[in-house]
Design a binder for this molecule. Structure first.
Ligand SMILES: [Zn+2]
Length: 81
């Protein structure tokens, strides 16, 4: 179920479509979409890094730099803690 769920969400399916496909309630589908794995399913996808263009697994919409570039950016930023 999990693999198909991830595929459906990646293809843009909403909770109601997922619920219909798996024969579960919309509420249950919403929970599954949000709780699948340790990260929200919808927020997990690969995107090209804004800095080097290399594809990486983004954890969310705020996550635009690959881990290597993020590390570099932090090491040169005067605002980094
Ligand atoms: Zn990068």
């Amino acid at each position: 179920m999990r693999r198909r769920l991830v595929e459906m969400v990646a293809a843009g399916a909403n909770a109601r479509q997922v619920a219909a496909a798996f024969g579960i309630s919309t509420k249950a589908a919403q929970l599954r979409i949000r709780m699948d794995g340790d990260k929200p399913v919808a927020d997990q996808f690969t995107r090209p890094c804004l800095c080097c263009g290399k594809k990486f697994r983004s954890v969310g919409h705020h996550n635009r730099l690959c881990p290597a570039c993020r590390h570099d950016a932090q090491s040169v930023s005067p605002y980094a803690p």
